[in-house]
Ligand binder design. Structure first.
Ligand code: ATP
Ligand code: MG
Ligand code: MG
Ligand code: MG
Length: 544
């Protein structure tokens, strides 16, 4: 037989090269965090304590091995669906020259990180890649025969976010999947748009967290048609308006109507004044925009630098009202890092009081408070907080016209390419999933993106137990489950049991004294708490 691929220089795959993943071998440092007693630990702190991530600076995080496993699974789900959607993977640079950005008018975007090289030439760190991909395609595509085209990447983005928060929920450096589509006609572009929405639904269905798809504002990206994918969670910064009877869902930014009352009372939708009133007090005054009158000002004093208060911000949060707690959280990341007054952006000094106005929720001009759904005219509108995890835009020719990405059509005429762009917040999803699935015991990963599906907890250290752990690992592997052995011998049995819950592996298989005494092992489901005692031979069947 023809041997087209020589295998002679490849190392044989021997037993010795198959290793059983063991937690003792991973870089899994136990994080220490300083949240105040009695306070709900933030999900970011949970992820730090569980050894998934580490903070580098405000809005900038490192992923440790457990975090990487989650990210890889997420990426694999995305790659699979992009492949099915006929998209090709590319990798565009992070360091971009300003030419195209100046052409499209986005060089002055305030979120842009700008820098200069040694010869004083300007660059920016990519916050998104419409300019770059359109320039690339404009050089390569000349004819309708080369279209349609779908290009995507999973890469780092940089945005000088005014308020980095929630760990990787709003980072200043983060991972995004971005896809760009190129078509010849509006109809083709719109049908691409619908196809990509189907692919996005498939990605979010696979992740397995309840999500909503909403009508959305196309923001600074521009364009005509836009939808957002959201996880519903109180930590989200968006407000979704949904109908309880039909499937109408819209971001409040574009909603035709919204329910009146407390729901719409958005902590980002306020003006805040803050200033140092004495050497140790931060005065915060805030008021929602519909109450821009003095008697409604709400004043709070925050003893920022009182040395007797260990964590002044948390101290204040415990005593403050819920509205203010959210605002203080906005200051959180910067306050905790500095020993002086946080230097907040966009501040106007009025003596020693500064004014900071957060961007108000842009309620569409035609919108009005109304409980009745504008679509079915039967259902009642509800508002809920949500975090944007994906966004789709039909761009039309906004970028292709500006950057001269033209093609020659079948009839010989030259036209700008019809485009769409689509993003998924990969690192944001890691934090968001951790947030919506966490419980009393700690993290609780959905099977689709868990670092390992099964943890085999062993104790005490013994050859008999270790042999069984390896055997169970192999049985599970044959059954299609990926397991890891928790052989951290310096930890007690009780500690390991609660740690397996804390780290959030979907299933624990406990091989301990019960096994040594009478050959039984324990299989426990993290989410339901259901536990089954069985023989080692039954483990793979019980789990898979
Ligand atoms: P937001 O409204 O939350 O600021 P955006 O609308 O500015 O997000 P897009 O430009 O639509 O974000 O980017 C596509 C996706 O990238 C978003 O849907 C979100 O999931 C993710 N994303 C955007 N900004 C960040 C960030 N600072 N940190 C982490 N993920 C982000
Ligand atoms: Mg943004
Ligand atoms: Mg948005
Ligand atoms: Mg968006």
């Amino acid at each position: 037989t023809a041997n087209f691929v020589s295998r002679s220089n490849k190392r044989p795959f021997t037993h010795a090269t198959i290793s059983h993943p063991r937690l003792s071998k991973f870089f899994l440092p136990l994080g220490s965090v300083t949240s105040a007693a009695g306070e709900r630990e933030s999900t970011t702190d949970l992820l730090i304590r569980a050894g998934f991530i580490r903070k580098s600076s405000a809005g900038i995080y490192s992923l440790l091995p457990l975090g990487i496993f989650v990210q890889r699974k997420l990426a694999a789900i995305i790659h699979r669906n992009m492949y099915m959607a006929g998209a090709s993977e590319v990798s565009l640079p992070s360091l971009l020259s300003p030419t195209a950005w100046k052409t499209t008018g986005r060089w002055e975007n305030t979120e842009l990180y700008k820098l200069k090289d040694s010869s004083d030439a300007e660059f920016c760190l990519a916050p998104t890649h419409e300019e770059e991909i359109t320039s690339l395609v404009s050089r390569e595509v000349t004819s309708f025969r080369q279209l349609p085209l779908r290009l995507y990447q999973i890469g780092r983005k940089y945005r000088d976010e005014m308020r980095p928060r929630g760990g990787m929920l709003r980072g200043r450096e983060f991972l995004m999947m971005d896809l760009y589509s190129f078509d010849t006609t509006t109809e083709a572009a719109l049908s691409t748009y619908e196809e990509i929405k189907v692919a996005y639904r498939s990605i979010f269905d696979t992740i397995g967290i309840r999500y909503a798809v909403s009508e959305a504002d196309s923001g600074s990206i521009g364009g005509d048609l836009s939808h957002e994918f959201h996880f519903i969670t109180p930590v989200g910064e968006d407000t979704l308006i949904t109908c309880d009877s039909c499937d109408y869902t819209a971001n409040v930014e574009v909603a035709e109507s919204y329910p009146s009352g407390e729901h719409i009372y958005d902590p980002d939708n306020v003006a805040v004044k803050y200033g140092l009133t004495t050497d140790s007090t931060l005065l915060v005054i805030y008021y929602p925009p519909d109450r821009f009158v003095n008697e409604n000002l709400i004043k709070k004093e925050l003893p920022l630098y009182d040395p007797s208060v260990r964590n002044p911000v948390s101290e204040f949060q415990r005593n403050g009202d819920p509205m203010l707690q959210r605002i203080i959280r906005i200051f959180d990341e910067r306050v905790s890092e500095k020993s002086s007054l946080p230097d907040l952006p966009v501040s106007i000094n009025i003596g020693n009081i500064s004014t900071l106005r957060f961007p108000c929720v842009e309620v569409a001009p035609q919108s009005h408070p109304n409980e009745l759904c504008p679509h079915c005219e039967e259902g009642t509108l509800l508002a809920s907080r949500a975090v944007e995890v994906g966004h789709t835009f039909y761009l039309s020719t906004k970028y292709s016209a500006a950057l001269k990405a033209h093609f020659t059509a079948e009839d010989g005429t030259k036209k700008p390419i019809q485009m769409g762009c689509y993003g998924i917040g990969v690192s944001r999803i890691i934090s968001a999933v951790a947030e919506v699935t966490r419980d009393h015991y700690g993290l609780s990963w959905p099977v689709a993106i868990c670092p390992f599906e099964v943890v085999i907890v062993t104790k005490p250290k013994s050859d008999k137990i270790d042999d069984l752990a390896i055997k169970l690992y192999q049985d599970l592997r044959k059954a299609g489950c990926e397991a890891v052995i928790d052989d951290r011998d310096d930890k007690s049995f009780g500690w390991k049991l609660s740690d397996s819950k804390f780290l959030g592996f979907p299933v624990s298989v406990v091989v301990g004294n019960n096994y040594l005494n009478d050959g039984r092992v324990d299989v426990e489901c993290r989410r339901t708490g259901q536990s089954t005692i069985c023989s080692p031979e039954q483990v793979a069947d019980t789990v898979a």
